[in-house]
Design a protein around this ligand. Structure first.
Ligand code: FAD
Length: 354
């Protein structure tokens, strides 16, 4: 154990040197946009991203915006482009690791009409279609469904996040995943001439598989439609309560995490193999692998993104040596190449024989 500590603190010093925190001075275009009364106080500068994700990690976004319509989104993207800033959408940040140095770009959350939902059409007495804005919170959607006597999306109820995040992650549980109920999605995609075009994508175009989609970073999901059905709402509510009890028993559900850090390898569990290599409860800096569930990495005490990535690197490296398995991160690195940094930490661990 003492040998291990020496190795890891060596890596950590290097990672801290990499940080040079974003401190953005907006140009006239963005300042004018932020000052417009219709945007209210929904566009702010140098906003700490740690405030906007479940892990509570991340430096400032040059621009943080709450956007209510597709038109606003395009307008914001244009204003940002004029100042060399790319636009990324954040849901609730419940599957996101932001970088310690922050993001020299625009991070937008979808609200207003982009977070609204409604029953769009009743196909017949027993089935219907629900239209959901990408910014809508999963739990709110499921609650509204049940209130109206509809069922079919219970698996989403306890997945913290937005509908847009669920699309990009093909969110799900052992019971079901989004691809099973998704009919189509509305997106803004680059039009090849520096702007965006709005289109509707069939699920096949999203390339959905287990906790994965082929939606590229420059595609902005505006919303989508799911299939719902008439059913026993009491039973559906009970299923949600059972899921809640299971999570509270087996996961540190209320602590700062991204849920599963790694996707489960085929036929096995990431938590099981991480536990097998003796890392349950292991901490680096302020980040710790949960004692309750070894695939949940917790921000226990002011963790940095570097702490989190080092812990991931250590788990991947140990699991590779012992089981020959390559753990795939389920967490998304937003605004930086976290995968590359994690590989760099892995390389140093190997070099130091840790
Ligand atoms: C305690 C806990 C338990 C969890 N349990 C589960 C579980 O059971 N099953 C499961 O699948 N996940 C689970 N998760 C992970 C997480 O909740 C899901 O991945 C969720 O779908 C992420 O949604 P979000 O809105 O927070 O996405 P974010 O983390 O904000 O974003 C995820 C990615 O999607 C992109 N994105 C988000 N919205 C859009 C959009 N509108 N357009 C384009 N790109 C977009 C972001 O840029 C980012 O790359 C859990 C997380 C926690 C903290």
């Amino acid at each position: 154990m003492p040998e291990q500590k020496r190795c890891l603190s060596g890596i950590q010093r290097t990672s801290q040197q990499m940080t040079d925190t974003v401190n953005f001075e907006p140009g006239e275009g963005l300042l004018a946009l932020a000052a417009e009364s219709r945007f209210g106080a929904r566009v702010v500068f140098n906003e700490p991203l740690a405030k906007h994700c479940s892990l509570r990690i991340g430096g400032p976004a040059a621009v943080w915006a709450e956007v209510e319509t597709a038109e606003e989104l395009v307008e914001l993207a244009r204003a940002g482009e004029a100042e060399g800033l790319e636009l990324t959408i954040a849901g609730l940040g419940s599957n996101t690791l932001f970088p310690d140095e922050g993001i020299r770009g625009i991070v937008a959350r979808l609200t207003g009409e982009l977070a609204a939902f409604e029953i769009a059409a009743e196909a017949d007495d027993d089935t219907a279609v629900m239209r959901i804005g990408a910014g809508a919170v999963n739990a709110h959607v499921v609650r509204a469904l049940h209130k109206g006597g509809w069922v079919g999306a219970e698996f989403l109820a306890l997945i913290p996040g937005t509908f847009g995040g669920a699309v990009v992650m093909n969110a799900g549980t052992k019971e079901a995943e989004l691809s099973e109920v998704l009919l189509d999605v509305d997106v803004l995609e680059p039009d090849g001439a520096g702007g965006y075009r709005r289109s509707t994508w069939e699920p096949a175009k999203l390339g959905l598989s287990y906790r994965h989609s082929e939606v590229s970073d420059d595609v902005l999901v505006l919303g989508g439609r799911i299939r719902i059905r008439r059913g026993d709402v009491d039973e559906a509510r009970q299923a949600v309560r059972r899921d809640k009890a299971r999570r509270n028993r087996t996961q540190p559900y209320k602590l700062a995490s991204v849920g599963s850090t790694f996707a489960n390898p085929k036929g096995d569990y990431a938590g099981r193999v991480i536990e097998e290599v003796g890392l349950k409860g292991h901490a680096i800096g302020g980040a710790r692998i949960s004692e309750l569930h070894a695939n949940f990495f917790i921000n226990e005490n002011g963790a940095t993104a570097a702490d989190f990535l080092e812990l991931m690197a250590l788990a991947r490296s140990r699991v590779r040596h012992r089981f020959g398995l390559e753990l795939r991160p389920e967490v998304r690195f937003v605004g930086f190449d976290g995968f590359k940094r994690m590989l760099e930490y892995e390389r140093r661990l190997e070099e130091q024989g840790c």
